[in-house]
Every structure is written in C-alpha cells, then in structure tokens.
Design a protein around this ligand. Sequence first.
Ligand code: TPP
Length: 623
Amino acid sequence: MKYLHQIDSSSDLKNLGIPELQLLADDIREYLISVLSQTPGHFAPNFATVELAIALHNVFDTPTDKIIWDIGHQAYPHKLLTGRRDQFPSIRQQGGISGFLHRDESEYDVFGAGHSSTSLAAALGIASARDLQKENFKVVSVIGDGGLTGGMAFEAMNTAGDYGKDLIAVLNDNQMSISATVGAFSKYFSRLTASPTYNVLRTKFKEFLSHVPTDARQVVKRLEVATKPGMLFEEFGFRYFGPIDGHDIELLLEIFTRVKDLPEPILVHVLTKKGKGYQIAENDPIGFYAVSGKFDPKTGQALSVGSKTAKKYTDVFSETLVNFARDDQRLVAITAAMPTGTGLDKFQTLFPDRFFDVGLAEQCAVTFAAGLATEKLKPVVAIYSTFLQRSYDQILHDVCIQNLPVIFALDRAGLVGADGPTHHGVFDLSYLRHMPNIVMMAPKDENELQEMIATAVDYQEGPIALRYPRGEGVGVPLANKPKPLPIGKAEILKTGEDLLILAVGNRVYPALEAANVLEGMGVKTTVVNARFVKPLDVSLIVPLAKKIGKVITVEDNTLVGGFGSAVVELLSDHYILAHIKRLGIPDKFIEHGDVEALYSQCGCDEQGIVKAGQALCKPNPKL
Ligand SMILES: Cc1ncc(C[n+]2csc(CCOP(=O)(O)OP(=O)(O)O)c2C)c(N)n1
C-alpha cells in the first residue's frame, strides 16, 4: 500500500494526480479485502464507491462542503479517506468505529444514517440552513438506486426541485439494492444506460471534454444536450448529467469540477458495480453484500464455521411459511427490498405470483398488504423490526383501524449486535402494543416461532404480529406440523413461591437459567413464558403476581412502553400491589457490539436477572 498511508484527511488527496488517485483506489480495495476478510461487515457496496469517494473528497472542500451518504453501508472508502484508516479494523466491534455514519465519530459524517432514503431530505435541510444563514458551501447527497425507491427520496426531490436549492445529488446506480433493484424506476435507469446516447458518451467522453471550451456553463449546456434521457429528473427540477462511469476517476473529477459551481439542483448519475475490483464479489454481489465471518481472500470461501448448530430464526420462518403457503393459496408475502434477509426468497421461488417486493418502501409494503387483505388474501409482511418503524402510521391507520388480518413478521427483533443503534429492533413491542386490535407475539425458541406462524396463519380476526431475533435459535427440535397457540395464553415453565419471573421472547431461556441459579441460593422461582405481549394472559399473571408479590419482568425491548410496562399497567388496573423490577433495554441508544455483551451491559442477561432476583428477595421487602 503506497498511497493510503499518506491520507489522513481529505486535504491530503488534493496533492495527488490522476495516476496516484488510481493507485490509491487500488490501495483502498486491497485494504478493504484485508480487513473485511477478517472482520465481518458490508462488502460489495463499498467496492462500488471507491472512485466516487476519492473524486468527491478531491473536488469538494470537505468537511466544509458537506457530503451526505444515504444509509452509510457503502461509506467505508469515505471513512478511510477521512482519518479512520487506522481504526478501520475495529469497525462494528464494541468500542470500535461504526459500520454506518455517525456524527460523533467524525466531522466528515455530516448526517448519521443506517436506514435508507434520508440523504436528499437531509441535504435539502442543510442547504436551506446554509442559505438562511448566508453561508457558503456545497451540499452533496449520494444515494443508491435502491435508496431512490424509498418514498422520502422522491418527497425530497419534489421539494428540492421546487425550491431550486443549490445542491448536488449523486445517484450511485449499480442496479442492485441488496438483491436486484425492483420497480419502474430501476427499469427506467436500465433504459438510460442502454441508450445509444450514453454509449456514445461513454466511449467518446474524454475526447469530447478535451475539445470543449473550459467555460463551465458552455460545457454544461453541451453535456445536457448529450444526455437528454435524464428527463425524469429534469421534470423534478434537477439538471441531469450522466450516466457516467463511476469507476473512471478522471471522468468523475471532470464532471464534479464542472458542476460544482452551478447554483441549482443537480443530479449526477453515476454507474458503479457492486464488488468492483474483487472478481468473486462482482460475480456474487448478493452473497458478498456483507460478509459475516472470516474468509479466504483468494477463494472467497468462508473460513470460520459457526460453533452453533441450531437453525436460524429467519430460516425457520422461511421454511414454515412456505409449508403453510403450499396448502393455503390465500397466503401472499411482501418484502421491502429484503427477499434474502427476511428469508422470503424461498417463497419467491416457489410462489412467484404470490410474492411482492416493493423496494425500500416499508410504508408502501404495509398499505399494499392492507389492500390485499381487503380482498380476502392473507398477506404476510416480513420486515426487520427496525425498518418497520417507518410504517407506524400505515400499521395504525391502514391496518389496525380497519382491523384487517395482516400478518407482520418482524425479523431482527431485540439487539442485533454489530449494526448498532440504527438497527437494534428494540422498539417494536412499544410501538405496536398500544395499537388497538393488534395481537403481538414473541417466541422463546425456534419451535415456538413455528407455532406462532401457525397461530398467525390460523387467525382471522385482525392484525397479528410476531417478532423474533437475529441469528440462530436455541437448538430445540422442530415439530413437523406446528399447531396454533391459543391467543393470549402464556405458559408456566417452572414453579416456586418466592419470586415470579415473567419473561418474553429470547429472554425466556436466560430467565429459566437465572431461576435455576436463584434456586441454588434458596429463592424458589416461578418462570412464565408470556408468549403474547398483547393480549397479556390476565388470568394467569394477575393471580400469580398477587400470590407471590415479587415480580421481575424481562424483555429484549426498551423498558419504555414495552412488555414490563404492560405488566405494570395490568397489575395496576387490578389493584395488585407487588414489588416489581423491570429488566430490558434502558432508555438510551445502545451502541454496536457483541450481542451477548450488550445484553449483559443492559442487565437483562442471566446474571442481570439473578442480581435483580437477589435484590428483590432480600429479607424484609415489606409491601
Ligand atoms: C429503510 C431501510 N430499509 C431497508 C434497509 C436495508 N438495506 C440496507 S442497504 C440496502 C440496499 C440499498 O441499495 P442502494 O441504495 O442501491 O445502495 P448500494 O448498496 O447499491 O450502495 C437495503 C435494502 C435499510 N437500510 N433501510
């Protein structure tokens, strides 16, 4: 590595000529491979943005000029160029740098992200603040063709074009979201790149630029004439440039230099390739979207074999749903750009007509499902807990008020680990529980997940949600024909008269283990697997709490408004006076790190439950 070592901030880039910048791009790719073959992280998207990051930091005066990356999973080259090269091996690990953008991490991370389609609205806000305060800097948003399928991106374009703000949107188009980008706009982009104009431009571009006058306005005019296919963006009020090869540094520098001083909304359409420069990832951009363990850089083969042998919750969901869908033609499945992540790819293969991918558009996914449900279909909306946050009003207004039987499958519930605060699924119990009509379940293990899928498929009365964690289950045997559970019924797993632990979801097994430890200390404990957060099992919980008098609730959701809160409300409504300790995720954002370590830090692992039990059962806790 020759050049990356010299880059401690974006200003160091300015001294390099084009050949050096190209070598720097090689350095970055080499470094990405060496680190990411040892450390899990997002992979292929970062190989697509190497030249883009170099060109942007070279042409623009960052951090005075602001670059806003959408999502941030593709911003590793940006991190490497802005002072985080040496910390890079710590990425996504506890105490290390974030895998996304984080304002506290660097002044170059202008706007934090993790969820998609926010960059244009944020850029518009920043540009508007600049103008209001009579400041002078450029604002650039970088958004993918996937991110552009999110409604907020269009809402922002609609406003930006109207306001005529001085801002530049760079469309990083690789025709890939995580899977192939879907939708009419994606088809539109394909037509753009297939157009003869683009192909002439692509081959003749440098020659073309060397012959045109250097006056920016004249060049811009000619470029515009050459690239009229971008009419869609022009109609939105953006001047469109492109499509151009996003791996040609010289071309990128040229274009950005030329458009930099145009004081109006600009869209530069850049074509990139996922995995660019690492052939194995270029050939398998979906498999190499992210890497989850060590691999051999020469072959791309995974080196570490996970120690756990249990099936992943996602796979159990995927296989169980498919089995039900074979017999029930009314079952349809909806994803928001995550067919592989949610496991719906199996459903897609087997029942393509009953599968819908709406792009990175969670709000659309939910209301679309509501529409399907009005016509007597049984829609299953599979969305990660964190991304379903986007659809709060659609769930409330379009599904719950109309009491439509939509099934919500929330994957990645609870703490997710390395992706950190933007991705932890620790709010869903709170944001769904207070909606009238909804039923809400969380399984203790993968077999119970199967039973909850059976319950949801069987349930006709209205909306029903199940939420389950990331990663492997606990390794219990899986029933061949899972049976529905009675709605709102909890199960008692252990009995004892000194302490009552009410646990839900993935905290049930730690609660059981804690109860065993407490038993050794002389505290006899009843453990209840709540199964349903709504409706709660009133006839089981109320008498037990009344009799035992000391209660611990434990959940992998925020303590604010979650399962523990529901129990407290219930006991209060029944005039039950009890000593209650709620365990779960505290009222703050939890950073990235190892999941188990994070649960321990939050005090809701086995040890935390034991501690709480000891404290509660000290002699003399007088009511
Ligand atoms: C609201 C939301 N939904 C889903 C995701 C999960 N996700 C992360 S990256 C990604 C694909 C983004 O594609 P694109 O914007 O084209 O960026 P590229 O990977 O091509 O750089 C998806 C679906 C997300 N981050 N945010």
